[in-house]
Design a protein. Structure first.
Ligand SMILES: [Fe+2]
Ligand SMILES: [Fe+2]
Length: 256
């Protein structure tokens, strides 16, 4: 089973023309594709299923309650399937069936432990103000994001614990699952908790974890007892005028 992975294309400002990787069975879009949503049109008539996990920027300037159904409909209009707290099964050309668990996940700000949470949430204020999203008419702030993140985490923990007969389990989130996914340009600081969660306990229940949000690329493994290591991959393009996109491969395919 081969998954093409793209994230953080930021087509609201970036010039990028996505192309299908010839050998892929599906395309995973791990969020921040286009804050205007217009760039989703680039994936119309894609030769394999296109699966989208929303990024934070998909909500820029929007009301949460309206944005979810609108984004789902907008994506479906060009044949993209938006996934949020959903489990799907995919069958590859090799006949392998995998289960894919998808959620944006958001940030719960506990990356450095509960005693650092308040600092982490304060440091997120700037990003949240930039986002200018609302929920029930109120600013979608760090407190609202944490509440959402905890619901996503609970859903993911439960979904990962369900019995299944698939050959592998793939998790797709927008936010990073480990401090190891932090962007090395910035080191570890309170705002790192706006990008990554401490999902180590969940990570080791998956075979492959795909994510975006950090504007750098990753491909690393995490050991787990009695099983092959878990692989974590991020193929984020980011913003070229900030010299991001190093290591980004527009035709990146991940085997599972
Ligand atoms: Fe991004
Ligand atoms: Fe993001």
């Amino acid at each position: 089973m081969r998954l093409q992975l793209l994230s953080d294309l930021h087509l609201e400002t970036e010039a990028f023309d996505p192309q299908p990787a010839l050998q892929a069975d599906a395309l995973v879009l791990a969020g921040d594709i286009d804050s205007t949503w217009g760039g989703l049109d680039r994936f119309a008539h894609w030769p394999v299923p296109v699966l989208l996990v929303a990024g934070n920027h998909e909500f820029d300037g929007r009301e949460w309650n309206d944005a979810w159904p609108a984004l789902r409909a907008r994506a479906a209009g060009v044949g993209i399937r938006l996934l949020e707290r959903e489990v799907i099964e995919l069958r590859g050309r090799d006949g392998r069936r995998i289960r894919l668990l998808a959620t944006t996940r958001w940030a719960d700000f506990d990356l450095f432990g509960a005693d650092q949470r308040e600092r982490a949430m304060r440091s997120a204020g700037y990003f949240m103000r930039l986002m200018q999203a609302t929920r029930d008419g109120q600013p979608f702030d760090a407190t609202a994001m944490r509440a959402e993140a905890l619901q996503c985490r609970a859903w993911l923990a439960n979904a990962l614990a369900q019995p299944h007969d698939c050959a592998a389990t793939v998790v797709v989130t927008h936010f990073g699952p480990s401090v190891a996914s932090a962007d090395p340009r910035f080191g570890l600081q309170p705002s790192t908790a706006s990008f990554c969660n401490d999902d180590q306990a969940l990570l080791t229940r998956a075979d492959l974890w795909l994510h975006g949000h950090v504007h750098c690329c990753h491909d690393y493994t995490v050991a787990r007892p009695g099983a092959l290591p878990v692989r974590v991959v991020c193929n984020a393009r980011g913003l070229l005028n900030k010299a991001e996109g190093g290591g980004f491969d527009p035709l990146r395919v991940v085997d599972v």
